[in-house]
Design a protein around this ligand. Structure first.
Ligand SMILES: NC(=O)C1=CN([C@@H]2O[C@H](COP(=O)(O)OP(=O)(O)OC[C@H]3O[C@@H](n4cnc5c(N)ncnc54)[C@H](OP(=O)(O)O)[C@@H]3O)[C@@H](O)[C@H]2O)C=CC1
Ligand SMILES: O=C(O)C1=N[C@H](C(=O)O)C[C@H](O)C1
Length: 248
C-alpha cells in the first residue's frame, strides 16, 4: 500500500484526486492539506504542510504556486517523493523545483493526461514539418481558473520553441500595433463556465491550416494521471521527472 498526502485536498482537483485515491486499492490516503481545513471524519486535514505529523510514501500537489516553499521544505525534510501538478509558477519557482529534485525525486507536469503528452510529441513533429507556418495556441478553461495562460499552453509553446528556438511568445494580442511578426507564437486564453480544459494548436500557412486539438472531458484524467505518476515516482532515485520519462 502506498501512503499518499494530498496538498490542496479541498480544491476542485483535490476533491477528485481524494476520490480516485480512495478508490484505488493500492493506495492509502494518509492526510491532506488545505488553507481552511474541515473535519471530514475520513482523513486528517492540516492547514500547512509543516503541521503534518504523519509519514507517507508520496505527496501529490494540486494547489497554488504560493504553497511551493512549504511543500518543498516538507518533502525534503521527510525525504518524500513529490508529484507536482500545480501550474502558474514563475522562473524563480521553477528553478526551486529543479534544485529540490537534486535531493528528492520530483515528477512535474502541467498536464497529467496521456492525450496532452501525445499532443506535445505531435507538436514537435508538426513544427519540424510545417516550415514557415504561423503557430497560435488557444486554451479554454472554466471561469474559476486563477492562472493564464494555462501551464499546458506554455508546455505546448515550449515544445514548438524546442524546434524553433528564435520564436517569442505573444500573449493575448491586442491594440493598434498588434500586427503579427514572423517569429512569434500567439498564446490566447478563453475562460468560461465549466470547461474542463481544451488546447488548440493552429498551424496557419499559405492557403492551408492544420489544427491539433486536445479536449479534456473530465478532471478524472488528471487525477488518475497523477496517481500513475506517483506509482512510477516512488521507485525512482532523486531527479526531475516528467511524462516523457514515464512514457518512454
Ligand atoms: N497538471 C495537471 O494535470 C492539472 C493541473 N491543475 C492545476 O492544479 C491546481 C489546482 O487546481 P484546482 O483544484 O482547479 O484549483 P482550486 O482553486 O479549486 O484549488 C486550489 C487549492 O489550492 C489551495 N491553496 C493554497 N493556497 C492558496 C492560495 N493562496 N490561493 C488559492 N488556493 C490556494 C486551496 O486551498 P483552500 O481550499 O484551503 O482554499 C485549494 O485546495 C491549479 O494550479 C491548476 O492549474 C489542474 C488540473 C490538471
Ligand atoms: O486549472 C485547470 O483546470 C487545469 N490546469 C492545467 C493547466 O493549467 O494547464 C491543466 C488542465 O488543462 C486543467
Amino acid at each position: 500500500m502506498l501512503k499518499v498526502i494530498i496538498n490542496g485536498c479541498l480544491g476542485k482537483m483535490g476533491k477528485v484526486l481524494t476520490r480516485c485515491v480512495q478508490e484505488d486499492e493500492d493506495l492509502k490516503l494518509v492526510c491532506g492539506v488545505s488553507q481552511n481545513p474541515i473535519n471530514n471524519g475520513s482523513f486528517d486535514i492540516y492547514p500547512k504542510m509543516n503541521d503534518i505529523n504523519e509519514g507517507a510514501d508520496v505527496i501529490i500537489d494540486f494547489s497554488h504556486h504560493s504553497t511551493l516553499n512549504d511543500v518543498l521544505t516538507f518533502a525534503i525534510k521527510t525525504k518524500t517523493p513529490l508529484v507536482i501538478a500545480t501550474t502558474g509558477y514563475n522562473e524563480d519557482e521553477l528553478n526551486k523545483i529543479k534544485e529540490a529534485s537534486k535531493i528528492i525525486p520530483i515528477f512535474h507536469s502541467s498536464n497529467m493526461s496521456l492525450g496532452v503528452n501525445v499532443l506535445l510529441k505531435l507538436v514537435k513533429e508538426a513544427t519540424k514539418m510545417l516550415n514557415n507556418f504561423d503557430i497560435e495556441v488557444i486554451e479554454k478553461h472554466h471561469n474559476k481558473k486563477v492562472d493564464a495562460p494555462s501551464g499546458t499552453a506554455i508546455m505546448i509553446a515550449n515544445a514548438a520553441k524546442d524546434v524553433l528556438p528564435n520564436v517569442e511568445y505573444n500573449y493575448g494580442r491586442y491594440g493598434r500595433k498588434a500586427k503579427r511578426s514572423e517569429n512569434e507564437i500567439g498564446i490566447h486564453a478563453i475562460r468560461g463556465g465549466t470547461i474542463v480544459g481544451e488546447h488548440d494548436v493552429i498551424y496557419a500557412g499559405h492557403d492551408e491550416v492544420v489544427e491539433l486539438k486536445h479536449i479534456a472531458q473530465s478532471k478524472d484524467i488528471f487525477a488518475k494521471g497523477s496517481i500513475t505518476a506517483a506509482k512510477y515516482l516512488v521507485n525512482q532515485i532523486p531527479g526531475y521527472y516528467n511524462m516523457d520519462n514515464m512514457l518512454s
